[in-house]
Design a protein around this ligand. Structure first.
Ligand SMILES: [Zn+2]
Length: 404
């Protein structure tokens, strides 16, 4: 990887912009962010720092309180001339619990600590791109919006920061034609499957009975066993029929099966809990209905009452590789890193699933790195922070357009 592509490939404005990417300054911003613990629900202090970092760039900051404890979303704008699309860079300021990734430390080439790669490093790269655009006096046609949210990582926050951003986009407080989440590794992550946690309850109307009076063929657990077999067969069908080119086959998985409370009594209630992940093109209710239909025949066979529930459902998203903003990142990565970025899809979901469905804005990811996210040894490479900032800056120039 090189940040020094041959100058002949670059326009004068691109060259000026890349010359203004200040790796040491980006390092310093990342290091400051790293030194403030910001586990979800305790982001107040780091919000204060990021707000100052934005203001130090000369930007006005729209401070959007997410709750009354200083947990704020932060929005800032580099205004364009008004004749181009608006690009929003987005990331979260909270982290998972500190664990063994504390305290932060530096090596010659890396920054270590909780949040280094997930995702204070990306936030520092975002700042670095903005600084390069401002310092080089690069004028844009469309607006470049910088956004930070709280409440991403821990479920206790119920995604309150991302949901507040969605509300603000819907109400016009902040705008975007595309959202680029500055998280992940240096690949174009353009697709995630939908995801849900499902629960199937099978209740026996006749209640618990001594097993000597119930032939095993009528035991609810026998029917649960058959249902588990059918779930396996469903997975085999999914393997055959739902291969997504970026993310592979859809999945159904079981994590917990409960039934019965005594060695010689039939259970009154059996419960199966698991996850289901599905490709773009279908939604959570369709997938749940399919699961209900599958389970119903086994419930009927055992004279059991079936109830089906889902929670934590997220719809799938897919932003086309040919999208103008995706192409802009791809071209910028090629200039900075000398190769085409990998294009990836995931079974796991993230904030892009929320943004795409919550406010209809095409969204995708490209970050400095992600390999040590949530690990006991979390770190980010300083070089990658600078390269990512250069990619974001070139992307803004390309996608938003250059001022005349
Ligand atoms: Zn993250």
């Amino acid at each position: 990887m090189s940040t020094d592509p041959s100058p002949g490939d670059l326009s004068p404005s691109q060259t000026r912009l890349l010359d203004a990417v200040d790796g040491d300054w980006i390092d310093e911003q990342a290091w400051q962010l790293l030194q403030i613990p910001s586990v979800t629900m305790d982001e107040g202090e780091v919000c204060g720092l990021f707000e100052r970092q934005l203001r130090d760039l000369g930007l006005q900051v729209d401070v959007r309180a997410v709750d009354d404890d200083g947990r704020n979303n932060l929005y800032a704008r580099i205004q364009g001339q008004g004749h181009g699309p608006t690009l929003m860079l987005n990331g979260h300021l909270d982290t998972i619990p500190l664990g063994d990734a504390w305290p932060p430390r530096q090596t010659e080439t890396q920054l270590h600590g909780r949040g280094a790669t997930d995702m204070k490093g990306g936030m520092a790269s975002m700042l670095g791109a903005a600084k390069a655009i401002l310092d080089s006096d690069t004028g844009l046609q469309g607006d470049l919006i910088l956004t930070a949210v709280v409440g991403h990582e821990e479920t206790i926050a119920r995604k309150d920061g991302p949901m507040a951003l969605i509300e603000d986009i819907r109400k016009g407080r902040v705008g975007a034609d595309r959202i680029l989440i500055v998280e992940g590794r240096d690949a174009l992550w353009v697709m995630s499957m939908g995801s849900m946690v499902f629960t199937l309850h099978l209740d026996s109307a006749r209640g618990g009975m001594h097993t000597q009076y119930v032939p095993f063929t009528d035991n609810p657990l026998r029917h649960v066993g058959d249902l588990i077999g059918a779930i396996h067969e469903l997975q085999l069908r999914l393997d055959d029929t739902t291969q997504h080119p970026l993310a592979g086959a859809e999945r159904i998985d079981l994590g917990a099966v409960h039934g019965g409370d005594y060695f010689n009594r039939t259970p009154t209630r059996c419960t199966l809990t698991g996850t289901r992940r599905w490709c773009p093109g279908r939604d959570a209710h369709q997938v749940l209905a399919e699961l209900q239909a599958l389970a119903q025949s086994f419930a009927d066979a055992g004279d059991l009452r079936l109830t089906v529930e889902m929670e934590h459902e997220r719809e799938p998203f897919e932003t086309p590789e040919g999208d103008a903003a995706v192409r802009a990142v791809s071209a910028a990565h090629a200039r900075i890193c000398g190769d085409s970025p990998e294009v990836v899809g995931m079974r796991i979901v993230g904030d892009a699933n929320l943004y795409v469905h919550g406010c209809g804005v095409p969204t995708f990811y490209y970050g400095p790195s992600n390999e040590t996210a949530h690990a006991d040894q979390e770190w980010v490479d300083r070089r990658r922070l600078r390269d990512a900032a250069a990619v974001y800056a070139l992307t803004a120039l390309d996608y938003c357009g250059q001022r005349e």
